[in-house]
Design a binder for this molecule. Structure first.
Ligand code: NAD
Length: 351
């Protein structure tokens, strides 16, 4: 396996691995370990280019620093990506990834992300102990997605309070982009309290499930932005809030699970504010998964009660961020960033 270090300003360690035997092409980005060793999921995606994959890893790793800082997980920010098609997943690919993760000697610990599940992590764990999110039977905290969804649901209600003056979702129309692992559970919880669900997806089985189980209306992928709704919940990939989509939105609030929702953090947070749309900062609302995983590192190991208590605090964190944004007349993104940076500065080096 060839491992090449890539110097990137503002990042502690970034590397690319190429392993001809298994076909692995992957990047690991460690952004900041001021608050603890970096922890962030492993994403497998069929990127158009290696540069796109590196950019994604860098953006995701930086987001993890802020996410863990606001959620006070005691962890730093890092992320990894494998360049591959979902259909080309093999145990050998993930075993090679394990060797790559191990080369970071504990600076980075991996976990699940898009297209990577517990079985894949079991292969990774054959060559490194720096793996989290393994099954409960194996001493891990299990799949983080239900916990991410729960945190998003709490955060979505806090966002409804800010946008509509009430947490009551009865009759509210929620447009969920990507009812996958997190998006489906979030949509189900919203439906259970009386919301009406609209979905878009590019994967037919997930569309069918949302239609059948939740009675969701379905729109084409590009139509989700302009659809009449109260809350837009982006739960697919990043950068869906951009110059093209923000002018189309009819909602009063954006609250969803996807990472890096804003194509440009400053420009697009401001565009949403100017349109009077309450934006739930992605790394605050989607922290349930990392909070759950972080409890594995507590003394005595994983404890679900501790995790659930911390996940319910997402409501409070967002409520404070909205109050700060209102008082200071700044974007909710800037208000979140202030919390993240204050926590990092309290420990020394900023991000
Ligand atoms: P997933 O793969 O299970 O679900 C994503 C869904 O989005 C899939 O159904 C996919 O087909 C769909 N999708 C992809 N492109 C689309 C498009 N253009 N339009 C509509 N749908 C599209 O992934 P997930 O684990 O549910 O994660 C969803 C998002 O939440 C990702 O951005 C992920 O990084 C983020 N996130 C996940 C977790 C977690 O615990 N799983 C934690 C924090 C953040």
């Amino acid at each position: 396996m060839n491992i090449t270090l890539i110097p990137v300003d503002g990042y502690e360690r970034v590397a690319k691995a190429e392993d001809p035997d298994s076909g692995l092409v992957a990047f690991i980005a460690v952004h900041n370990t001021t608050l603890g060793p970096a922890l962030g999921g492993l994403r497998l995606w069929n990127y158009d280019s290696h540069d796109d994959a590196l950019t994604d890893a860098l953006r995701l790793a930086r987001g993890m620093t802020f996410k863990s800082s606001v959620a006070r997980t005691g962890l730093g920010g890092g992320k990894s990506v494998i360049v591959a098609k979902k259909e080309d997943k093999t145990p050998a690919l993930f075993e090679a990834m394990g060797r790559f993760v191990d080369s970071f000697e504990g600076l980075y610990t991996t976990a699940e992300d898009v297209n990577v599940g517990i079985d894949d992590l079991v292969s990774v764990s054959k060559h490194t102990k720096f793996v989290s999110g393994l099954s409960r039977e194996m001493g891990g905290s299990g799949n983080p997605s239900p916990y991410t969804a729960l945190g998003c649901f709490e955060g979505l209600k806090a966002t409804a309070l800010e946008a509509f003056g009430s947490k009551d979702l009865t009759g509210k129309v929620i447009a969920v982009q990507g009812p996958g692992s997190v998006g489906y559970d979030l949509a189900r919880m919203c439906k259970d309290v009386g919301a009406k669900i609209i979905v878009s997806d590019v994967y037919q089985p997930n569309i069918d499930r949302a239609e059948k189980e939740l009675g969701a209306d379905v729109v084409a992928p590009d139509d989700i932005y302009a659809v009449e709704c109260d809350i837009y919940a982006p739960c697919a990939l990043g950068a869906t809030l951009n110059d093209k989509t923000i002018p189309l939105l009819t909602c009063k609030a954006v609250a969803g699970a996807a990472n890096n929702q804003l194509a440009d953090e400053n420009v697009h947070a401001k565009m949403l504010k100017d349109r009077g749309i309450v934006y739930a900062p992605d790394y605050v609302i989607n922290a349930g998964g990392i909070i759950n995983v972080s409890v594995e590192f507590h003394e005595g190991g994983y404890n679900e009660d501790v995790a659930l208590k911390k996940i319910h605090n997402i409501d409070e964190a967002l409520t404070e961020i909205y109050a700060t944004a209102r008082d200071k007349d700044i974007t909710t993104h800037d208000a979140a960033q202030q919390v993240a940076e204050a926590n990092l500065a309290a420990e020394g080096v900023g991000a």
